[in-house]
Each structure stands twice: as structure tokens, then as C-alpha cells.
Design a protein around this ligand. Sequence first.
Ligand code: PLP
Length: 398
Amino acid sequence: MPDVPVSVQQAIHTLKRRESDPLCAYVYDLPGLRDRIRGIVECLPAGCEMFYAAKANPALPVLGALAPFVRGFEVASGGELNWVRRHFPETPVIFGGPGKLVSDLEAAIDQNVERIHVESLLELRHLCDIADRKQIHQDILLRINLELPDTPSTRLTMGGVPTPFGMEEACIPDALALLARQNRVRLRGFHFHLMSHQLDEKCHIALIRHYLESVRAWETTYSLDLAEINVGGGIGINYIQPDRQFDWPGFCAGLDELLQTHSDRAWNIRFECGRFITAPCGFYVSEVLDVKRCGEEWFAVCRGGTHHFRTPAAQAHNHPFEVLPAAGTTTESPGVEGNPVTLVGQLCTPKDVFARRVHVDSLGVGDQVVFHYAGAYAWNISHQAFLMHPHPNEVFIE
Ligand SMILES: Cc1ncc(COP(=O)(O)O)c(C=O)c1O
């Protein structure tokens, strides 16, 4: 696991000096995020572009750090659309996600969204009506839930099996017929986001190979000539074995090879990644309030909880962490040494657990537990109002 960066440790010490209550904070390493996104984008083969899926972490400093490096932002609701458009009016936006309201589609057209990823035939009909009414053009991709013959799946699948996401392949002829009856909504290509938490580069290449071959087959069957394929996001973070992360350079080299086998086509391949980009830049810091033993088990009660940091509960995993020892603890402060301990928060529910029965060399009251990979699907997916605890501090290191 990477060490907690020195700048993050310094920010924690500064906060600790400032706060009278035990600490609880999110700290984001923006220079680290910039380095990461620069490296990710630089590796991409020719013809590929990276969008950032705002749902992973839509905080303005995070979007601001990413905007100069990515091709644009992917939004998945009217709320995200308005947020991103208001603060980054010049940045290209693509709009996906299920259950779009007619008012969302109107807003997307009015706000000059570059692509709408259409999820169903009904959504396509709504869009054609709106574009006709407004006498305006809109470019789209059709989101297809592909059958996956033998590509291994991950633990969070949005496709390859029956799901509410996108349309099944059998809908393509109806969608094309609908599009052929009008000339305002233009089909640019296809969109796929079949799984998240992908940790295996070779499996992801196999998945993308399947997308490309499917699009080629549809082009032949339906006499299409399309330039664009959005291959979604879904690159995972290995929370359980942090030393074994997705090999992005290796994946990009494999993708380059794959694209060489389709070199007769000038495809534009788009990614819309979230977790893989921002998870490593965020740290959730939670001070140990109490340590106690109950039967054979040790518990450390920490400031905050899953109402701030739902990621471990949402993923049902032990979240990786590091302990920054308190400066000067008294001998009366309870602690645990060399025993498995369960790290919990302040909520009155046994589900408020960050990590269960994990080994610590030493953990005591006043120590800071720093959870890694808290920069994506963390604060923004948490049930922040529960129990009316105060919100954590938020520090964006520049
Ligand atoms: C359509 C779509 N695109 C992109 C993403 C981003 O996925 P990830 O954060 O796993 O890269 C999601 C996540 O659910 C999604 O549903």
C-alpha cells in the first residue's frame, strides 16, 4: 500500500492543532491527482480519449484539477449536468445514465451537451420529439447491454446479464428505424458500460475486443458507418490487495495492439472512468475515541463513521488504512497491541464498520486512522444526515 503522502500528514497535523474535538476529515491530494490523471491520459493509445465520470467525486476542486487533462466530463443526472455546466461552461459534457426525465433531456439539449447516451427506445422517442420541437440537432450514442459469451465478469455488473441499464441488442433495429424517420437526432456510435471493479487488464481487453467486433458486425448488418465507441469506465481499485492494482500502462499497450488489428478503421474510443482516477487522491481521517474489549473481540470506536465514509459498508470489505500514532498518550488511555481489532464509527448500528478483525501492531485513543482510496464513491455516497453528527472537515491540498 502506498504511504500516506507527507503533505497529507502535514494537513492532518495542522487540522489537529486547530480542532478542539477529536479529528475527522477528508483530505484530498490535488497535486497527486494531477500527476495521476496526466499519467493515465499520456498512456492512452492514439484515437482514445478520457472523460471523467463526475459521479465518482463531483467536488469542485477535484473537477478543477482534472479539467485541463481530460477530454470532458460524463454526467449521469440533471443535477450533475447543471453543476458541471455552471462551473465548467467550456468543458465538453456527455450525458448518460438511466431514468432521464424529459426535463433532463431538454436541459441537456439547451446546454449543448456533446453526446447523450440513450438508454431505451422510449428515451429515444422523447429525444426525437424534443429535438423536433426545438428544431435542433443532437448527437447520441445508443447504450447497449451486450451478451457476453465467455468474458469473465466482475462483482458489479451492469451488463452481460439482464439489468435495467441500456437496451438489449434486439432493440437496435427498432432504434435505427426510429432514427431513420427524422433527421434531428444523429447516431454517432455505441456506448457500453458492462461492469465496474475490473482489476484484470486482460479481461478488460477481451471485453473491449468484444465491443469492437460487435460494432463491426452491426455495421455490416445494418449498413452503418460509425466512428465512435464509448467503452465506459469500470477500472477498479484493489482495496483488498492494495499492492496489486490494475496495470494501466500494460492495459494501454494491450489496447494499442488490439486497435492495430482494426487499423482499417479510424475509431474514436472514449473512456469515462471515475473510481480509478480519483479514489487514490482521497484520505478519510478518523481519530480513535475509545478502545474496548467485549468477550474475545477488540473494538476501536473512531470519530465519524459510515455516514461520512460509506465505501467499506457499500463494498462489504475491510477498508485499507494506516495508523498515525498520537503525539503523547497517557498510560490510562486504553489501547490494543498485536490483536485483531474491529474499527467502527459513532453510529448506533452494528453496520457502522470500517474494517473487521484486522491486525494492528498498536492502536490507542488519540491515534489517527487514515483510510486510503477515499477519493471516489466515498463522501458523496454516504448517508450524511443520519444521527445529525457534524460533517467532517474537508481539506484540498493545493
Ligand atoms: C455509465 C457509467 N459510466 C461510467 C461509470 C463510472 O464507473 P467507474 O467509476 O467504475 O469507472 C459508471 C458507474 O457506475 C457508469 O454507470
